[in-house]
Design a protein around this ligand. Structure first.
Ligand SMILES: C[S@@+](CC[C@H](N)C(=O)[O-])C[C@H]1O[C@@H](n2cnc3c(N)ncnc32)[C@H](O)[C@@H]1O
Length: 247
């Protein structure tokens, strides 16, 4: 478990290569001083992936669309996304819908065949079907035929793309801290056991907790010294070994 205190563009590339990169950059949607878009990190992140690595980026539809060209320039291919439904969202405009969700979007390098990218099938244990069935692929899925999914009696079924978790307001050490349960899904699905996760905009380092619980190695990076200290204290309170001084 390594916590760096730096601009991620400076130190994260040399601590890879990463099986999975988590990127929760400032969305650039509020007037908070730290909430400014960061340029240039994406190209560095793509180069810091292992040959089977992928990237999960947090954002809103607005922030992803505003930076859409940077994904293209970095030659990233959209794979899938999680819609994180929160119990309580932000209200910036009284004339619009109450905003209760955020996106976590997976990308892989366009130069890498999807079959080569590490991906564990994400399942939940809440199946109610009482028959064992093997799903046939419809014809229109074309070449996507290799994976089969077996739904067992009372067993697992594919995790849903819409995930509902309470946000951590009230007990968070960072204003946009993500719930560990949400981070668990991309960590387990896209990083092999004992693989290396790079959390380029670590904030509270909540992803460090998710990685520790899932048995993945973790390098997180914080630019703000005060937050780095609070994240270190918070990790040290949870983990059974010292998280170490942020360097
Ligand atoms: C959306 S927050 C991340 C929240 C985090 N995922 C969590 O669960 O606590 C973005 C963070 O990136 C930090 N940041 C901004 N520019 C950065 C940079 N160049 N390198 C590293 N971190 C940066 C901000 O200070 C902020 O704490």
């Amino acid at each position: 478990m390594t916590l760096l205190r730096s601009d991620c563009r400076n130190l994260m590339p040399m601590h890879g290569p990463y099986d999975l990169i988590l990127a929760d950059p400032p969305y650039g949607e509020t007037s908070l001083s730290w909430n400014r878009r960061v340029d240039g990190w994406m190209a560095l992140a793509v180069k810091a992936l292992t040959p089977s690595g992928s990237l999960w980026v947090f954002g809103s539809l607005r922030s992803v669309m505003a930076t859409e060209m940077t994904f293209r320039v970095a030659r990233l291919w959209h794979v899938q996304e999680i819609v994180w439904e929160k119990q309580n969202g932000s209200v910036f405009h009284a004339d619009r819908l109450r905003h209760l969700h955020e996106l976590v979007v997976q990308f892989s390098p366009a130069s890498v065949r999807w079959q080569s990218v590490y991906q564990e099938v994400a399942t939940t244990d809440d199946a109610r079907v009482r028959v064992v069935r093997r799903k046939r692929r419809p014809l229109h899925t074309g070449a996507i035929a290799s994976g089969t999914y077996r739904s067992l009696d009372g067993g697992s079924r594919l995790a849903r793309s819409v995930q509902r978790f309470r946000n951590v307001h009230g007990r968070a050490i960072h204003p946009t801290e993500k719930p560990v349960a949400l981070l668990d899904l991309p960590v387990r699905a896209s990083c092999p056991p004992n693989g290396l996760v790079g959390d380029w905009f670590a904030g509270s380092a909540a992803a460090g907790v998710a990685c520790w619980l899932a048995g993945r190695r973790y390098v997180g990076c914080k630019i703000d010294p005060d937050m780095a200290q609070r994240a270190r204290d918070s990790l040290a309170a949870i983990l059974p070994f010292p998280a170490g001084e942020p360097s």
